[in-house]
Ligand binder design. Structure first.
Ligand code: AHR
Length: 498
């Protein structure tokens, strides 16, 4: 057993944890939207206006705050006007990025907004800069947000929505260094400026405009994009968020890996922290008042294609290793709450690091879902500094901390989440509360799966192999100190009353 110390410095506030850090991403890709979420009103699968009730309940449970849509790469080949009006007359298009399947456009603007409202999430629309036009993106804003009787406002009303949708979050393209048009940072800077010149606050909703950030931690993209904006026309450019994409990839296979591949993937996953630190460092140079928020609007694991599934549909299983990737990443986002304003894990259902898997009427919640469930208490809390003195685990690519975590305060409740990354050893961990008195340990919960089974995952046959349960981890506690034993490969949450 190793030993670690976690200091929670209650007097050192990092910033408020924007609930949107716990955001999601749904693309017209594989079975994410159709089958996974939208089955149509006539389906025998219980649904609300076509959307699966089991999926709705799951996303409500984790308090999904925001959902990015309709892509991904799909966004820069999506024309929003294809997705309005009577369903039977909507055009059928080829989804060129994801298997050349025919897209019915049965889930369009109205349906997606309906889904968000049912779930209680805000919509985040990714606009088409790659193959669309400035007018098209500007018109989408008008269609969604204008309260008056312009032709587009009236068209929305004719299509059933009298009041504006009030869409706040707008991505101005997606991965414009790649599938979104293969732009150079300078050319994208010019396009960003041109598009956003026409994206206006047309009703009560103030737009939050999001620029395409780098692939992984590409500092060159960020430097050149902001240099272009500043050099030519910085003044007046509306940019509220800058969105990086960070996929940590895989090591081994999704459900088959060695202990060393377990560590290799966790090492790649925590590479998101240097990205945040270095990207924000660059951004601060251009934006000294720190007005622009850093967003990670796609992130997560990306395993090798799963046999028996169309490789273009990016279906993969999800194990406790994915759960630790999620937990360590969310702890990192919480620890950088003053700069990270939103993240959207890829993707919600049946694609990449999903919350939910479905097959026909069957549905299963993944270990990653359970992490989101446990961590939802952090949403809106005040992130306080966590300092870890922990042994490190060596991996061929560098070391990772054995014990890490994050803490947030709401009123007199402290939520502390902790990960023990060791695949084999428990960690005796002393938590010290600096600047506060512990009144009560209200609860201790954790990811629950058969001890030592680092490949554990949920299937339709065994849907609760990995779940959450109350845990007896605490061995002693006092006014300002708690000693607990974190099991190997664990994610735990302490809810403490101060
Ligand atoms: O999430 C799958 C794809 O990954 C998205 O469409 C794209 O933006 C990224 O490359």
């Amino acid at each position: 057993m190793s030993s670690a110390r976690i200091d929670v410095v209650l007097s050192d506030s990092v910033g408020t944890i924007n609930p949107n850090i716990y955001g999601h991403f749904m693309e017209h890709l594989g079975a994410c939207i159709y089958e996974g979420c939208y089955v149509g009103e006539d389906s025998s699968i219980p649904n609300t206006r076509g959307f699966r009730n089991d999926v709705i309940e799951a996303l409500k449970k984790i308090k999904a705050p925001v959902i990015r849509w309709p892509g991904g790469c799909y966004a820069d080949d999506y024309h929003w006007q294809d997705g309005i009006g009577p369903k039977e007359s909507r055009p059928r298009r080829i989804n060129i990025h994801w298997g050349n399947v025919v897209e019915s456009n049965h889930v369009g603007t109205h349906e997606f907004i309906d889904f968000c409202r049912i779930v209680g999430a805000k919509p985040y629309f990714a606009g088409n800069l790659g193959s669309g036009t400035v007018r098209e993106m500007r018109d989408w804003v008008e269609y969604c947000n204008y309260p008056g009787d312009s032709t587009l406002g009236l068209e929305r009303q004719k299509n059933g929505e009298e009041k504006p949708f009030g869409v706040e979050f707008w991505g101005v393209g997606n991965e414009n260094w790649g599938c979104g048009g293969n732009f150079s940072p300078e050319d994208y800077g010019t396009e960003y400026r041109r598009y956003t010149s026409y994206m206006r606050n047309l009703g009560e909703t103030k737009l939050f405009l999001i620029a395409c950030g780098p692939a992984q931690n590409d500092l060159d993209w960020t430097r050149r994009f902001f240099t272009k904006l500043r050099k030519d026309f910085w003044r007046g450019t509306d940019i509220h968020g800058f969105a990086a994409h960070y996929y940590c990839g895989t090591a081994g296979q999704g459900t088959e890996y060695s202990v060393s591949e377990w560590y290799e993937l966790l090492h790649s996953a925590i590479g998101i922290e240097p990205l945040i630190i270095q990207q924000r460092g660059l951004m601060d140079g251009f934006d000294p008042e720190r007005k622009i928020g850093l967003i990670i609007d796609e992130w997560g694991t990306w395993h090798k294609p799963t046999e028996g599934h169309n490789p273009a549909f990016l279906w993969q299983q999800n194990t406790v290793r994915d759960a630790l990737v999620a937990a360590m990443s969310l702890d990192i986002f919480n620890r950088h709450a003053e700069k990270v304003v939103m993240t959207n894990i890829a993707q919600t259902i049946n694609v990449l690091q999903a919350m939910i898997l479905t097959e026909g009427e069957k549905m299963v919640l993944t270990p990653t879902f359970h992490v989101y469930d446990m961590y939802s208490d952090h949403q809106g809390g005040e992130s306080v500094r966590v300092v870890a003195a922990t042994p490190e685990i060596e991996t061929p690519k560098g070391n990772i901390p054995t014990v890490s975590g994050s803490a947030s305060v709401k009123g007199n409740t402290l939520t502390l989440t902790l990960v023990n990354a060791s695949a084999t050893d428990a960690a005796e961990t002393t938590v010290r509360l600096m600047g506060g008195i512990l009144k009560e340990i209200a609860s201790v919960t954790g990811l629950d799966f058969p001890a030592g089974d680092i490949l554990a995952h949920n299937t339709y046959e065994e849907p609760t192999k990995v779940t959450i349960s109350a845990q007896s981890l605490v061995t002693s506690s006092g006014e300002s100190e708690i000693v607990l034993t974190l099991p190997a490969a664990s994610v735990s949450k302490l809810t403490l009353t101060l």
